[in-house]
Each structure stands twice: as C-alpha cells, then as structure tokens.
Design a protein around this ligand. Sequence first.
Ligand code: FAD
Length: 388
Amino acid sequence: MVDLRLGYDDWRAEVRQFLADELPPGKEFYLDYDEAEHKWDFAVEFTKKVSEKGWIGLTWPRAYGGLERSVVEQYILLEEFHRAEAPLLNLIGWSLTAGMLLYGGTEEQKATMLPEIASMKTIWAEGLTEPGAGSDLAGLTTSAVPDGDDWLVTGQKTYTTFGSRSDLLLAIVRTDPSAKRRHEGLSFFGVDLRAPGVTVQPLWNIAGGRQNHIFMDQVRVPASRLIGEVNRGWEYITRSFYTSGVPFLRHSTMERKYRLLTAYCTTAKRGGRLLIDDPEVRGKLAEIDIMMEVQRVLAETGLSDTVNGRRSDATSIYQVLAKESIPRFAQLAFEIVGPLGQLSGESPYAALHGELQAWYLQAFGNHAAGTPQIKRMVLATRGLGLPK
Ligand SMILES: Cc1cc2nc3c(=O)[nH]c(=O)nc-3n(C[C@H](O)[C@H](O)[C@H](O)COP(=O)(O)OP(=O)(O)OC[C@H]3O[C@@H](n4cnc5c(N)ncnc54)[C@H](O)[C@@H]3O)c2cc1C
C-alpha cells in the first residue's frame, strides 16, 4: 500500500511552502457556499498563482499544458490544499471536463481546451442535473439538434454551481431521441454561457451559496464544442467522471475544522471546567478523529489500488463514508460546543466566529455530486454484486 506519510516529503514540503506564502490566514473559504466578491477576487488571484506553477495540469501530458507528474503527487497536492481550505477556482474544469477530454476528446480539443483550463482562460460549470433528472440522470430531456455545422441546444439545467461565474457549461444533452434506451443517444457539449438564448437565474442554498438554473433556448453551439463523438455521452461520464486525478478529499478539509474545534475546547469553559477536560467532549473529539482516520486510510487504499491497477471498492466506500460523515461531524461539533455554536458570525457570542453554524448548514449540501443513498446503492450492486 502507498504510505503517503513515508514518501514524497520534498513535494509535500513544496506544496506547504506555497500555501504558507500565498494563502494568508483568514483567506481560506469554501467557494460553493460563499458569494462575497472580495473572497472571489482573492480566489482568482490565488488560483492564477497555482496555474503559473503548472499545477492545474499536474498529471496531464506535457503536450496539453501538463507536467506529467504522478497521481500520488496530485493526491498530496489536493490533500494539502483541502486541508488549508484553499479557494481553488474551476475545479469542474480541472476534474470533470479535463477527465472527459483526456478520455474521449478529439486531438484538437485536447490540444486547445486543456491548455485553456490550465492557464485559467476558461472556467467551466457542470451541467448534469435537471428539474426532472438528478440521481436518475438518464431521465434528462435537454436536447440538441443539428443545424448546418452547429447544434441548437434547448432545455434547462439546475443546481449549477459556479454557473454565474463560468465561461462554459459542460452540458449533457439528448442528441438521439430515437435511441432505444434512455442512457443511449446522449452527448456532451461545452455551451458558451454568454451565448444568445442562455438565461442564468440564481438558486440560493441554505448556507448562503449560489447554485443556478440555466435556461437554454435554441443556443447555437459549434460542432467543435461537441466533446469527442456524438451519442457517447453516457460512456464518457461513466468512464471518466472526475478521473483527471482530482479527488475530493473531504477528510482533509475536516482536519482543519477539527483543529479549530480542538483549539476552542482548550480555552472555552462550561460549568467552570475547560471543555477539553470533559470526558463527554473528549469522547466526541475521539469519534471525529476516528472518522477522519478511517477515511484517510480508505482514500490512500483507493489511491494505491489505482496506482497498482487493482480492482477495488475502497474509493466507493470512501465516498459513502465521507458524505455521511459531513452531517455527523456537524452534529458532534454542535454537541461539543453547545448552543453558542448555533449563532452566526454576526453575533459577538458566536463560537468560532460562526464557523460552526456554517458547517452545520453546509452539511445539508452533501448530495452534491450524488447522494449518499445512491452511492450506497452503487456500492451494493457494482461492488458487492447484489441484485438491482
Ligand atoms: C451544493 C450542491 C451543488 C450542486 N452542484 C451541481 C452542479 O454544479 N451541477 C449539477 O449538474 N448538479 C449539481 N448538484 C445537483 C446534485 O448532483 C443533485 O442534487 C443530486 O444528483 C441529487 O439529485 P436530486 O437533487 O434531483 O435528488 P433526487 O434524485 O430527486 O433524490 C431525492 C432523494 O431520493 C433518494 N433517491 C433517489 N433515487 C433513489 C433510488 N433509486 N433509491 C433510493 N433512494 C433514491 C436520494 O438519495 C435523495 O435522498 C448540486 C447539488 C448541491 C446540493
């Protein structure tokens, strides 16, 4: 098994030094749940510096603007960035779009679109979900019909994170309405979000972040923006979903929160006693620690299996645990801190400057990129081979 604590020390040190230099305390934030303009301005500047290092395309071939480094190095980079809660822009471009282009894009698309992502020229949003197609993605109805050398796209996407701040929407649409099965006859397009016929409306989430409704009415898309080949969309998404080497390491983000929580417990008192001296509190902190450690081991096992070409369910199990641990962590943090944790940052009495309240509200968004129930079902059927 790859033991990330034993190797790659120089690389990890380089990434940590970069973060120490470029991410001052107080600048970290979670882009999905914060729309403050000054924070986004910082996120742009910060990600430009990441781009200048060549780290956006860390694992991609050099011909496409990458550095051809290993997936283990990519994992370490992301682990450190998540742990610092670094505001990385364009993760959809880095992960979903890049993964799909590397898997199925034409040579010309790889040669033009990947360098544009690596250099921050294009920012992408993810256009999968529709009002009638979430977990059941194959139920989507947005369509594209050929018109000369172009395609005309019509339909609605929803829940689109970064939709108001992106250049292109990676949209899955129906290109063959006569296909026998629902998941056939689908294709991916890069739809220009500023093209005539596109309307973007806000969809505010409970934690103060913005998703969007994207309405498309006969939006003209050039054939060069049809990703790969027509009608192969389902294959592209199942084979390349987030496979550009960009894992979402939730346990690593949790570590930062855990450190803040533990530090709080060493100074805050209840009934004249420091929280950290309360056996109940210590037990709950230990539970969080176990949660994080189990996830870390699973994530590393998944990575090791990938590197060694072994078939494995470790990453799928990780995803279930990681998603379910988000609300569990928020609940435990609330129980540890008590009612002051429920106050927002605007209150002078708020514990941890309102961070706890934010974690709790954000925990309700753990169905992004697939609900825990669906992840469990996939694990049961594909991993354990149970009947559908
Ligand atoms: C913060 C956030 C950001 C998002 N960003 C994006 C984005 O950028 N782009 C994008 O395309 N989408 C995005 N999404 C949408 C997300 O992918 C969907 O919410 C998710 O796929 C679930 O779909 P749904 O909301 O339609 O729920 P549904 O699919 O309607 O599910 C509702 C409930 O029913 C359960 N359920 C459904 N089917 C089954 C079944 N067969 N068996 C058992 N239980 C079932 C689900 O687990 C869930 O609890 C985002 C969501 C959130 C919360």
